[in-house]
Design a protein. Sequence first.
Lengths: 113, 112
Amino acid sequence: QQQVKQSPQSLIVQKGGIPIINCAYENTAFDYFPWYQQFPGKGPALLIAIRPDVSEKKEGRFTISFNKSAKQFSLHIMDSQPGDSATYFCAANPDPHAGKSTFGDGTTLTVKP
Amino acid sequence: EPEVTQTPSHQVTQMGQEVILRCVPISNHLYFYWYRQILGQKVEFLVSFYNNEISEKSEIFDDQFSVERPDGSNFTLKIRSTKLEDSAMYFCARAQGNSPLHFGNGTRLTVT
């Protein structure tokens, strides 16, 4: 019940493409859904996050779509660039333990020039 | 530049030895966390530390692990008797209230 399932495991797109990464959860106690970007040798860094009362959130080229009834959420990267090549993790936080995140397995994104 | 500094960046130790991983948060936050990432795998929660006490720990965080904030600043993770399977990246993170985690760059622990 605590799992967050993430797909695909890896993704290759051409520059300018729109990669989409999907996540699903089961625990309805989760109330905060961050996405992290991780470059090799670095710690995960927050990219964008959403609460379940919002169906979509956009920050720059990154958009989260959230479907509360389906318990699914996804990350879209518009106009992807080679510099976006990284591993992306979705996560879910239960309340009140906001810092205890359950992470998805990660998606390795490669954006080809 | 991360708001959490971790030392060392890489630690090599022999099986059965004790290791101490250190974390220095720049801001004076109350919530601290240790996470682990085995090479190529997901990031896993180990323990949360609030107001100088463990508030929650995972099944991974067994008796071989301990955390301390000995001087009110540094936050340490100790593994008493390392095993080969403890080889991983260990990330310290801090959070304030219901805010996202800020991770350090991690310590790569290699147990031989």
